[in-house]
Write a protein of this length. Structure first.
Ligand code: DGT
Ligand code: MG
Ligand code: MG
Ligand code: MG
Ligand code: MG
Length: 291
């Protein structure tokens, strides 16, 4: 490409790489979904179709970006976790975030008719999402972040379910329901729901726990022709040396192989506790990032 006198403007671009060796969480959130959920008549307090659509779009993002190890979704938000060793887009924050936001939004809009067959999207009320990236230096910090989101899910869902039980089953006005719940703890909210004919324990796990997505290698099927693809990758790079001083960096060949196995592994969705150790102990490959 020829140099032009305009080319100096490139120098205005800011480098914005995210700190090496940290877990990168990109959280996206629906813009104005309070209004959007009213407009498209989402069921209250939870609309299963809306959550299933969020999860389908989240899984599509996981499929498109093998460097993601896990995602967690509640309400109109999704948190995506890039492995700490990722070198995707030279770890540039804007690229890592905007790629997730646009991929997610595309799938959300594309899949909408499957989940809301009788409710077409309207111009002027398109689903859009914002996004931000945050680095977490330790697995402890990362797990605390995810625990924070799951506790939020629990608190919000307990409140919203109690609120709507008082309205829909208890015949209250919004103001009265709000006053009834003001200052109550979880046990008292459960009690209030129970006396109004709803056993919170019987609510769907997807509402109570949110959704965690991760790669399940047991769902993986053998990769057809993987040996050819692998050997041509070796031939094209010509070398197998490790160009980085980071201890866990894999060779190009091994990285390619890993990427392929990640793409082929099924993305599993579960509605379970991710706060306690059990989830992580039973699935050690998620944070090791090695299949
Ligand atoms: P934002 O994020 O600042 O642009 O504003 P909102 O309106 O998106 O607010 P946010 O993200 O804090 O809260 C999510 C809203 O989406 C909340 O008003 C409830 C609504 N929403 C999400 N999922 C459902 C659902 O399944 N059913 C119903 N009825 N509403 C939902
Ligand atoms: Mg918000
Ligand atoms: Mg929102
Ligand atoms: Mg939200
Ligand atoms: Mg381009």
């Amino acid at each position: 490409m020829a140099n032009s006198k305009y080319e100096y403007v490139r120098e205005f671009e800011q480098a914005e790489p995210l700190l090496k060796n940290t877990w990168i969480v990109v959280r996206i959130d629906g813009r104005g979904f309070h209004r959007l959920s009213t407009k498209y008549q989402f069921e209250k307090p939870n609309d299963k179709r809306a959550l299933d659509l969020m999860n389908a779009a989240g899984a599509a993002v996981m499929n498109e970006l093998p460097d993601l190890v896990l995602a967690y979704g509640i309400s109109d938000e999704y948190s995506f976790v890039y492995h700490k060793d990722t070198t995707l887009f030279e770890r540039r924050a804007a690229k890592l975030t905007s790629t997730i936001v646009s991929t997610f939004t595309s799938y959300y809009v594309f899949l909408w008719p499957q989940y809301f067959p009788d409710t077409p999207l309207l111009l002027g009320m398109m689903p859009t999402f914002d996004g931000r990236a945050v680095c977490y230096p330790t697995i402890g910090n990362l797990r605390d972040y995810l625990s924070w989101r799951q506790v939020d899910c629990h608190i919000n869902n307990t409140y919203n379910t109690a609120f709507w039980t008082l309205i829909l089953k208890g015949g209250m006005e919004a103001r009265e329901a709000e006053q009834t719940l003001s200052g109550t703890n979880t046990g008292q909210k459960n009690e209030i729901m129970y006396t109004n004919g709803l056993n919170y324990n019987n609510e769907l796990e997807i509402y109570k726990k949110g959704t965690v997505l991760y790669r399940d290698y047991e769902l993986a099927h053998p990769i057809e022709g993987s040996s050819e693809i692998l050997s041509s990758a070796v031939a094209s790079t010509g070398t197998d040396t490790i160009a980085s001083s980071l201890p866990e960096e894999l060779s190009k060949t091994a990285q390619e192989k890993e990427k392929k196995s990640k793409r082929k592994a099924g993305v599993k969705a579960e509605h379970i506790d991710i706060i306690k150790d059990e989830f992580w102990q039973r699935r050690p490959w998620i944070l090791s990032g090695r299949s």
